[in-house]
Design a protein around this ligand. Structure first.
Ligand code: KG4
Ligand code: ZN
Length: 323
């Protein structure tokens, strides 16, 4: 409910900033610049942040730096580990995005692949909802998957449809052979539909029937942990396979994985194992910097400022925004 979210931001933002200053043991006078998320996201919530940041910066006579949300996730890696060996292939996996970037210079990000439909975190959240596990789905599926059989169900790895295959791929033009470029795009809606079909079959409801009822109760506890494990195996396999395939083609000297889904225990384990096998170092943020946080936005803003950013306060919040 976007309007309720915005109203909550209005109520919370002053207290959050004050708490951050107190916990950081700094005063307002110590703040030399303000970084703020410009987008993409819910525009009402973004507007609250942008208005607050501009006002704070104007009142203090300091610069304000707009930051792209995904630049924040990428910079969370640098915040935790220092500069990565470049070029780096960086996968950002969150509730809204599944995007693979090539970072060849510090602070320069080039989009290589992205999801054609649902983001990986969105698939976690939707599947958790189907299974009656609540929101957000990632952490609970991650936990339950440990108790399940990851081969109990043979869910499809996301395959692109014929129509998708014909869509010209502009993002990584020239960097990858066309067939590889298409392979490093992602698709998770088919996987979600496979779980939906299974849940409905168990409940004796036909897949085509329009129904918004909750059918999760038709599944036993064992079924639920097995579905979690089998679903997670496929998601992680797709993410790791495509990221490393792109990394090898691009001659990447490191792989980074950031965004809320990078908190996933299986993704962390399998990426580390694959990196070790291929001799490519793998970086993930500490858990506190995996899901959305303000430190990563500060890090990305600091990067822009250090590179000589001299923009004005004349920018606006943007629901969608290219990096
Ligand atoms: O980056 P983030 O905090 O917010 C967005 O920018 O979207 O990512 C949130 C997403 C949610 O979809 C949540 O289910 C997922 O990250 N997530 C996880 C885990 N922890 C959070 N997904 C899988 N495993 C986890 N442990
Ligand atoms: Zn995020």
């Amino acid at each position: 409910m976007p309007e309720l979210a915005s109203r909550q931001h209005v109520r919370d933002i002053c207290g959050v900033v004050e708490a951050a200053l107190t916990q950081g043991e700094v005063s307002k006078d110590d703040v030399g610049a303000v970084a703020v998320t410009q987008g993409p996201g819910l525009v009402g919530s973004l507007l609250v942040g942008v208005s607050f940041a501009k006002t704070f910066a104007w009142a203090r006579g300091i610069p304000v730096v707009p930051v792209h949300h995904l630049a924040g996730h990428i910079e969370s890696l640098v915040l935790a580990h220092g500069e990565l060996p470049l070029p780096a292939a960086v996968l950002v996996v969150s509730g809204g995005h599944t995007s693979l970037f090539l970072v060849s210079q510090p602070g320069a990000y080039r989009l290589i692949g992205r999801t054609r439909d649902d983001a990986a975190g969105e698939a976690y959240d939707k599947v958790a909802k189907l299974l009656g596990l609540g929101y957000p789905g990632g952490p609970v599926i991650d936990r339950l998957a440990r108790e399940g059989n990851d081969r109990a169900w043979d869910f499809p790895t996301a395959r692109l449809t014929h129509a998708d295959r014909n869509v010209p791929h502009a993002t990584s033009a020239g960097l990858l052979p066309p067939d590889v470029a298409r392979r490093v795009d992602f698709s998770f809606s088919g996987l979600k539909t496979a779980v939906l079909r299974l849940v409905r079959e168990r409940a004796g409801v036909s897949v085509s029937e329009k129904s918004h009822a909750d059918h999760a109760s038709a599944l036993s506890d064992q079924d639920i942990v097995d579905v979690c494990a089998s679903f997670q195996r496929v998601v992680v396999e797709v993410l790791v396979d495509r990221t490393f395939e792109a990394a090898r083609w691009l001659g990447a000297r490191s792989v980074g994985i950031a965004g809320g889904v990078s908190a996933n225990s299986r993704l962390r384990q399998e990426a580390a194992a694959r990196g070790e096998r291929l001799g490519i170092p793998v970086f993930v943020p500490p858990l506190a910097l995996s899901t959305d946080n303000a430190a990563m936005i500060g890090a990305a803003g600091f990067r822009r400022l250090a590179a000589g950013y001299t923009g004005t306060r004349d920018f606006n919040a943007a629901a969608s925004l290219d990096l």
